[in-house]
Ligand binder design. Structure first.
Ligand SMILES: C[S@@+](CC[C@H](N)C(=O)[O-])C[C@H]1O[C@@H](n2cnc3c(N)ncnc32)[C@H](O)[C@@H]1O
Length: 461
C-alpha cells in the first residue's frame, strides 16, 4: 500500500524499531467487529443465538469479531431488531472506557453515525439522558436512525456547533465523549480513501478544530464529571497535543487511568511540551499490536470529586392527555409520567427529565417519539416499537428468524398470520423476531397490515 512519505517518516519516529512490523500489517486483512446492544440482550445470550460464527474481542465486554469476508450480519433480522451494531474493534474502545451509569446526563459531541452514542445510550438503560450531537445535519439523520433502532428513547439528537451548545448546557453533563474529527491515520487499511483525505487536510488542520471542541465540551461538564477524548489517528499533535491544550487552558482537569489491555500502548509524554508523565495514562491502539485498526483515547476528570447536583425534574406544561393515547397505553406495561408527555401538532413525545430550555437549538429529535394522533386514533411510532420489550406490550406476534414472513415483514409486505392469531382479534400488534421487536402491524381477520417504517425497509441486493 502506498502511504504518504511524510506519514511514514512520522510513524518511524513514533514507533522506532517497531516501524517495519507496523508497516507489514497493511498487507494483512482488516478485522470486522460487532457490538452487542446490552439494553436488549446480554452478550452471553447473544453468543447462544448468533446466526454466524463469532469470537470475543478480548478488551471489549460486549464486542465480537465476525468473518466479514464470509458473513453479512447487516442482512439478518437481528440487525434490524437492534441486537448489535457493526463497528471496527478498536473504535469500540472509547465508549467502553467512559464509565456511564444509568441516570447520567451524557453528551456525545461528534456523534454521527452513532458508533459510540449507541453504546453510551445502551449503558444508560433508559435512565438519564443522552444528548447526541453532530454538526452535519445529513450525518445526524443516520445517527437518529441508529439510536432509534437501538431502542434508545431518553435522548436528544442535535445538529449544532458545540460552541452554541455551551450557552444551553453550562456544566450540565456528568459524562462527555468527544470522538473528534481527525486526520484518520488509523483508518488507512480499512478505507483507502482516507489516505487522500489526509493529504488534503492533515493533522495541523484538525488539531485547531479539536482544540476548540475540547474546550467547548469541557465547559459543558460538571465539576467531578468525566470526559473521554478520542481520535482514530496516531498523530501526537491531534492526540497528546489536544489533551495538553485542554490541561493548559482548563487546569482543573486531570488525566485518569483506564482499564488496560496487553495490546494497548501508552501515550507518549516525550511528544508533549510539558513532558508530564501523566500522558502515559492515555492509550494508543496500533494495528500491529492487537486485532484492531487504530485509535487514541484519554480519560479526563474535571476538578475534585463532588456530589453530583441534585437532578430536579423539569416540570412541563401538560394539557389533558388525549383518550386515544390513554387507551393505547392500556396495552403497554409502562408507568408513563404524564408530565413528561409533550404534544406538538399530531406528534406525541416522551421527554427526558430535567432538560433546560432549548429554544433556538437545531434538533432532529427531542425525547422518544411515541406516535401520532390522527382523527381520534393514536398511531404508535417505529421508535416506540424499538424501545419496547416484548413482555411490555399485550398484543404480540412473535416468529422465529427462519420463518420467511420475517423478511417479508421487513420488506413491507402484508402478511397472513392466521396460524398465529385469532381471526376475531384486531388492532395494533408488535411484530417480533425470536422475542425482539421489529415494528408494528395492524391486524384484521388474520391479516397483518404492514406498518414497518418505509425508510427502514430491507433492500434486496
Ligand atoms: C470521527 S467522526 C464521529 C464518529 C462517531 N463518533 C461514531 O463513532 O460513529 C467525527 C464527526 O464529527 C463531526 N464534526 C466535525 N466537526 C464538528 C464540530 N465542530 N462539532 C461537532 N461535530 C463535528 C463530523 O460530522 C463527524 O461525523
Amino acid at each position: 500500500m502506498n502511504l504518504p512519505s511524510a506519514f511514514e517518516e512520522k510513524m518511524k519516529k513514533l514507533l522506532g524499531s517497531e516501524f517495519e512490523t507496523y508497516l507489514s500489517c497493511y498487507e494483512e486483512p482488516r478485522y470486522y467487529g460487532l457490538r452487542v446492544n446490552t439494553n436488549k440482550i446480554s452478550s452471553e445470550d447473544f453468543a447462544k443465538i448468533a446466526p454466524f460464527s463469532i469470537r470475543p474481542i478480548p478488551w471489549i465486554e460486549n464486542g465480537f469479531y465476525y468473518d466479514g469476508e464470509k458473513d453479512m450480519p447487516a442482512k439478518h433480522p437481528y440487525y434490524f431488531a437492534g441486537l448489535y451494531y457493526l463497528q471496527e474493534p478498536s473504535a469500540m474502545t472509547p465508549a467502553s472506557r467512559l464509565p456511564v451509569e444509568p441516570g447520567d446526563r451524557v453528551l456525545d459531541v461528534c456523534a454521527a453515525p452513532g458508533g459510540k452514542a449507541t453504546e453510551l445510550g445502551a449503558k444508560l438503560s433508559g435512565e438519564g439522558v443522552l444528548v447526541a450531537n453532530d454538526i452535519s445535519n445529513s450525518r445526524a439523520k443516520g445517527l437518529l436512525k441508529n439510536l432509534e433502532v437501538f431502542g434508545i428513547g431518553n435522548l436528544l439528537v442535535l445538529s449544532e456547533e458545540p460552541g452554541k451548545l455551551v450557552n444551553y448546557f453550562p456544566e450540565y453533563f456528568d459524562k462527555i465523549l468527544i470522538d473528534a474529527p481527525c486526520s484518520g491515520e488509523g483508518m488507512f487499511r480499512k478505507d483507502r480513501k482516507m489516505v487522500k483525505a489526509w493529504e488534503e487536510h492533515g493533522p495541523e488542520f484538525f488539531s485547531k478544530l479539536q482544540q476548540s471542541i475540547i474546550i467547548q465540551a469541557a465547559d459543558m461538564l460538571r465539576p467531578g464529571g468525566m470526559l473521554l477524548y478520542s481520535t482514530c489517528t496516531f498523530d501526537p499533535l491531534e492526540n497528546e497535543g489536544t489533551v495538553e491544550y485542554l490541561l493548559r487552558n482548563r487546569p482543573e482537569f486531570e488525566i485518569l487511568d483506564m482499564e488496560g489491555y496487553e495490546g494497548f500502548s501508552n501515550g507518549i509524554p516525550a511528544v508533549t511540551e510539558s513532558k508530564a508523565a501523566e500522558f502515559s495514562k492515555t492509550i494508543r491502539i496500533f494495528p500491529h499490536k492487537m486485532h484492531g485498526e487504530g485509535h487514541y483515547l484519554a480519560l479526563l476528570k474535571k476538578g475534585k470529586e463532588e456530589t453530583p447536583a441534585i437532578k430536579i425534574p423539569g416540570k412541563r406544561n401538560v394539557g389533558k392527555i388525549p383518550e386515544e393515547l390513554k387507551n393505547f397505553f392500556q396495552g403497554v406495561d409502562w408507568k408513563l409520567d404524564e408530565e413528561r408527555i409533550e404534544i406538538h401538532g399530531e406528534r406525541v413525545y416522551y421527554m427526558p427529565e430535567g432538560l433546560p430550555d432549548m429554544k433556538g437549538i437545531r434538533f432532529l429529535r427531542t425525547g422518544l417519539l411515541l406516535g401520532e394522533l390522527k382523527k381520534k386514533r393514536f398511531e404508535p411510532s417505529q421508535a416506540l416499537a424499538m424501545c419496547l420489550k416484548k413482555r411490555e406490550y399485550r398484543y404480540v406476534i412473535d416468529l422465529p428468524a427462519v420463518d420467511e414472513r420475517v423478511i417479508k415483514y421487513l420488506k413491507g409486505e402484508t402478511l397472513d398470520v392466521e396460524d398465529v392469531t385469532d381471526a376475531k382479534e384486531k388492532g395494533w400488534y408488535l411484530f417480533c423476531v425470536d422475542g425482539y421487536p421489529l415494528g408494528w402491524g395492524k391486524l384484521a381477520g388474520g391479516v397483518l397490515k404492514n406498518k414497518y417504517l418505509p425508510g427502514w425497509r430491507w433492500q434486496s441486493v
